[in-house]
Design a protein around this ligand. Structure first.
Ligand SMILES: Cc1cc2nc3c(=O)[nH]c(=O)nc-3n(C[C@H](O)[C@H](O)[C@H](O)COP(=O)(O)O)c2cc1C
Length: 192
């Protein structure tokens, strides 16, 4: 079965070609993602795709956030300016950034259900992407937890949570398979 091969062969991608992915292909990939299991058919996932000129707003919001939370200095020191420029160009070179977010639930059980469904959506999407020759990197970054960052990209942190930011593009380099521990170390059969 092709899916079993894809599950094993998919890798997180850290180096992308500059070529962008057509919106129709992106929509196909996320459509496969949306066949993830979802309790009460809530389909809690939402995606904002930053690409082409749209990346500038997103990258500026990241830099502002890093300055606010102290990961970048907020001064005119040439070293700081150089660091900011290299961070900007690194982020702008990634062809697509997909912000995956969902409506927060007040009830912790419901919250977990929604987060779990969104994670299933993300992994389905990564597997579908691989079938299209598209690579992704699942990232969880400090700015995702900065309310002002959410505001800067048009989201209200009172109501929504960002689950992940997915970097996307055609792989320039596919990392080696790091393998996995034996499942025997992770499971037990209880039969009586
Ligand atoms: C919830 C989650 C968050 C992750 N966040 C990051 C991240 O912020 N930066 C990163 O380089 N990789 C991140 N990864 C990717 C893992 O590093 C990667 O899946 C792991 O090294 C195994 O490699 P593989 O996906 O190629 O099998 C994340 C993965 C998951 C599931």
């Amino acid at each position: 079965m092709e899916i079993l091969k894809t599950i094993k062969e998919r890798r997180s991608i850290y180096n992308f070609k500059t070529k962008t992915i057509d919106n129709t292909i992106i929509k196909d990939i996320f459509t496969y993602g949306s066949y993830a299991p979802t309790h009460y058919m809530k389909e809690p996932w939402n995606v904002k795709l930053y690409q082409k000129e749209g990346k500038y707003v997103f990258v500026e919001a990241i830099i502002s956030s890093y300055k606010r939370i102290g990961l970048l200095k907020n001064d005119k020191d040439p070293k700081t300016i150089k660091m900011i420029e290299s961070m900007k160009s690194f982020l702008l070179e990634i062809p697509h950034h997909a912000v995956v977010y969902f409506e927060k639930e007040a009830d912790p059980v419901r919250f977990e259900e929604e987060y779990a469904a969104v994670c299933a959506f993300i992994q389905n999407t990564q597997l579908a992407a691989w079938e299209y020759g598209v690579g992704m990197l699942w990232t969880i970054t400090p700015y995702m937890h900065d309310p002002r960052f959410l505001e800067d990209i048009g989201l209200n942190s009172d109501n929504v949570k960002i689950a992940a930011v997915m970097q996307m593009g055609y792989p320039a380099k596919v990392p080696r398979d790091k393998g996995r521990k034996s499942i025997d170390d992770k499971m037990e059969f209880i039969e009586n």
